[in-house]
Design a protein around this ligand. Sequence first.
Ligand code: 4NP
Length: 158
Amino acid sequence: MRVLFVCLGNICRSPTAEGMFRQHLEEAGLAGRVDVDSCGIGPWHVGKSPDARAQAAAISRGLDLSTQRARQLCDADFTRFDYLLAMDHDNLAALDARRPSDCDAHLGLFLAFAGFPDRAVPDPYFGGDDGFEEVLDLIEAASRGLVEDVRRRLEEGA
Ligand code: 4NP
């Protein structure tokens, strides 16, 4: 099973989701059965570490994002991953616009897995530190829901 988290810059929200989901998979004993990655729609931060504010907020919850490096969405992602999970509606629209006809992955909003079918993870980049705490809270809830969804699919396919 392969899961890709997608945001605009790949330095705040999607790296946080990647780090949180990896931790939750470990806790669930599923780490070896799921590949996890993240990327950005835009090219501006390719090669950079996650934003220092995102890293600091994540560390306070035991998550180390320091080894991650930003990359941009590419065509191969649509056939490589089973889930492409957007942080907001603009990210999802960008994914839908590029989706090739042979892509049968699940494309959707990440927070649907927290029971919020139409809610976005707000972009914290231009705001204050509170924004990063809210991002973590939302991502934590959705990540736990996603672990259960992935577990169900793995059991169905086993
Ligand atoms: P992210 O946040 O999409 O959560 O990584 C952003 C990072 C950078 C920019 C916008 C959002 N930017 O405009 O450079």
